[in-house]
Write a protein that binds this ligand. Structure first.
Ligand SMILES: Nc1nc2c(c(=O)[nH]1)N[C@H]1C(S)=C(S)[C@@H](COP(=O)(O)O)O[C@H]1N2
Ligand SMILES: [Mo]
Length: 202
């Protein structure tokens, strides 16, 4: 019963609605498998910070305390792992990318961004993908703090891309002029990763 095409009752979705929201080649799960390459990093609120750098007029930095004071939003979004499981109707809460962008001014050359995580994981997105209205830096899922294994204290959520673009233990965003592969992209995953186009590997 792990993989199925029927939505779980948790989602409140009909079979038809769920089918419309399940990209080609994906199956539904109600569990939340942990997919991490390497060990789970430690979190120390005293030394943790969130930084924005690269092609910005001035770098920005928040301590943990400062970051937690930023206004939050909630979005409900689907999560599609390239290994073919999808979990629909996840209610994420955190800081909208638009809130972060209020504090930084991009240089005109900035066209791509790289998420940087504790432990060295990285993943790239185009500026257009990053600045979508449903992109957020999340710390709650379905009303609870995100588990350490799922990225506590902060992860990016990029609902319109495969889940490897939703970076756990996020520590910063770097703005770049040209696209550059992140960790999985260097190891054969697609540079863009749109699940509706099945952009899995390259
Ligand atoms: N820092 C970091 N972020 C990561 C990963 C990782 O290994 N390290 N794995 C990615 C992959 S492949 C997926 S499918 C999702 C899984 O998120 P989950 O473990 O919360 O289900 O996180 C993504 N973000
Ligand atoms: Mo994944």
């Amino acid at each position: 019963m792990f993989f199925r095409k029927k939505p779980s009752p948790r989602t409140g979705l009909s079979v038809e609605e769920a089918a419309k929201r399940t990209p080609p080649g994906q199956y539904l799960t109600d569990k939340f498998p942990v997919l991490t390459y390497g060990p789970t990093p430690r979190f120390d609120p005293e030394t943790w910070d969130f930084r924005v750098w690269g092609l910005v007029e001035e770098q920005a930095r928040w301590t943990y305390e400062q970051f937690m004071e930023l206004p939050t939003v909630q979005i409900t979004a689907d999560f599609h792992c390239v290994t073919t499981w999808s979990r629909l109707e996840n209610r994420w809460e955190g800081v909208s990318i638009h809130e972060i962008m209020k504090h930084v001014q991009l240089k005109p050359e900035a066209q791509f961004a790289m998420f940087h995580c504790d432990g060295g994981y990285t993943t790239n997105v185009s500026l257009e993908v990053l600045l979508d209205d449903d992109v957020l830096l999340a710390y709650k899922l379905d009303g609870e703090n995100i588990d350490l294994a799922h990225g506590w204290p902060l992860r990016s959520i990029v609902p319109k891309r495969y889940a490897w673009k939703s970076a756990k233990w996020l520590r910063g965003i770097e703005f770049m002029a040209a696209d550059k592969p992140g960790f999985w992209e260097r190891n054969g995953y697609h540079m863009d990763g749109d699940p509706w186009k099945e952009e899995r590997y390259r």
